[in-house]
Design a protein around this ligand. Structure first.
Ligand code: AMP
Ligand code: ZN
Length: 115
């Protein structure tokens, strides 16, 4: 828990968010500035700054985050219509929040290209 990290504070319930899934390892909540009809962020409860620090996490936790992404997509009704899972890492990606997070985007046709 990093008290100056906005996503750690969401996990701790210190700042409000529309949480759609939470367990002792993973939290998922609606993005405050949605860029698709469905835009959910899925994060490990444990703080790491980005995927660059993935080695610090138990591989099973990373797996749980991906499974939770699939679960929230299914519960949002976009499993069949399709969705995109995105994680921005570092300056060139435009990462703005430095707590590892996966964007689940769907509910409408998504624009390409990715890069
Ligand atoms: P990124 O640019 O990949 O770091 O994405 C950060 C995302 O976090 C953006 O899509 C923001 O809209 C979202 N965000 C920032 N603060 C909050 C918040 N308090 N609750 C929900 N989403 C947030
Ligand atoms: Zn954090």
């Amino acid at each position: 828990m990093s008290s100056d990290c906005i996503f750690c504070r969401i996990v701790a319930g210190e700042i409000p968010a529309t949480i759609v899934y939470q367990d002792d390892q993973v939290t998922a909540f609606k993005d405050i500035q949605p860029q698709a009809t469905v835009h959910i962020l899925v994060i490990p409860n444990q703080h790491v700054a980005s995927l660059n620090e993935a080695d610090r996490l138990d591989p099973a936790l990373l797996g749980r985050v991906l499974q939770a992404a699939a679960t929230v997509a299914r519960e949002a009704g976009i499993a069949e219509s399709g969705y995109r899972l995105v994680t921005n890492t570092g300056p060139d990606s435009g990462q703005t929040v430095h707590h590892l997070h996966f964007h689940v985007l769907g509910g409408n046709p998504l624009r390409l290209p990715l890069g």
